[in-house]
Design a protein around this ligand. Structure first.
Ligand SMILES: NC(=O)c1ccc[n+]([C@@H]2O[C@H](COP(=O)([O-])OP(=O)(O)OC[C@H]3O[C@@H](n4cnc5c(N)ncnc54)[C@H](OP(=O)(O)O)[C@@H]3O)[C@@H](O)[C@H]2O)c1
Length: 273
């Protein structure tokens, strides 16, 4: 398990938007962030689920959240601009953005995969987070130390038979996060990281593994330490990294970087041979 103990009120005065906050990991993250003092914006497509989380947060005595119903399947650029304008008016800045909502699509061979479902999965899992991030960047810039988290999966680094668009979408998510992390690293105070939650007891897990005993997997509440760490100030300066919520982070190795000089030497050699 990711080893981090959040100090009480770790996220005090932070405004954090969570997509897919109505159930599963997003719901747990919303409850947890509120408990730690954040003002949470609950974004999702099913209003009743968001209202239920809202009520739970209120009755637990945490800070008042906000609800933002949005269906990522058909939200347009204008909808993300409107979201940014409303958040700007309401809060003035954004300290955390957790891209959590995703859909699984079909579990079937590529030879059988419906192109309509492929496009939908790529849209909800990759294009929508790209559009939302782009619209919210100015608000994230207004934070003292904003944290953006993209949610991936083990099939986002190693393709798996029958996982089709979901697997491809998580590879793309990792790419999007890495590109944005490099772009923001020296130009802003925004950090961008990736979480792989690992097998977690949610509707999506049950959909992917219908024969599995749900009790074998951790509950969403159990995997919160990695989210706490990345959303709070203890991860300041950490960007472009990938975290497994159910594993201890590996010690950082000094990466052997290919310098311009190295590639020049390689090019020269290849020209000679
Ligand atoms: N659970 C696991 O074992 C596991 C493992 C690896 C990675 N993950 C990743 O962890 C994240 C959370 O997954 P989960 O297991 O908590 O899944 P989940 O229980 O299915 O929850 C997904 C959330 O996304 C929302 N959502 C789906 N389509 C949406 C749309 N078009 N617009 C807005 N919201 C939408 C859902 O809202 P509705 O319920 O209203 O549709 C739901 O709140 C996902 O990115 C998933 O890929 C999960």
């Amino acid at each position: 398990m990711f080893d981090y103990t959040a100090p009480e009120k770790l996220l005090k005065n932070r405004v954090i938007l969570i997509t897919g906050a109505g159930n599963g990991i997003g719901r747990a993250a919303a409850m947890d962030c509120s408990r730690l003092g954040a003002t949470v914006i609950l974004l999702g497509r099913t209003l009743e689920k968001l209202e239920a989380v809202y009520d739970e947060i209120e009755s637990a005595g945490h800070g008042q959240p906000a609800i933002y119903p949005l269906d990522l399947r058909n939200a347009k650029d204008e909808d993300y601009i409107e979201l940014a304008e409303i958040l700007e008016g309401e809060f003035g800045h954004l300290d955390g953005l957790l891209h959590n909502a995703s859909i699984l699509g079909q579990l079937t061979p590529i030879s059988n995969y419906e192109s309509r479902t492929w496009r939908l999965v790529m849209h909800v899992n990759v294009t929508a987070p790209f559009m939302m991030t782009q619209a919210l960047l100015p608000l994230l810039e207004k934070s003292e130390d904003a944290s953006v988290i993209f949610t991936s999966s083990s099939v986002g680094v190693q393709g798996k038979a029958y996982w089709g668009a979901y697997s491809a979408s998580k590879f793309a998510t990792e790419g999007l996060a890495q590109v944005l992390a490099e772009e923001t690293e020296n130009t802003s105070k925004i950090r961008v990281n990736i979480i792989n939650p690992g097998a977690t007891r949610t509707n999506m897990r049950a959909q992917a593994y219908p024969g599995e005993d749900p009790a074998l997997n951790l509950a969403p509440e159990d995997i919160m330490p990695a989210y706490q760490y990345l959303l709070g100030p203890d991860s300041l300066g950490i960007t472009g990294q990938r975290f497994n919520a159910q594993e201890m982070p590996k010690p950082q190795k000094e990466e052997a970087k290919i310098t311009d000089e190295d590639s020049k030497v390689t090019d020269d050699k290849s020209k000679k041979s």
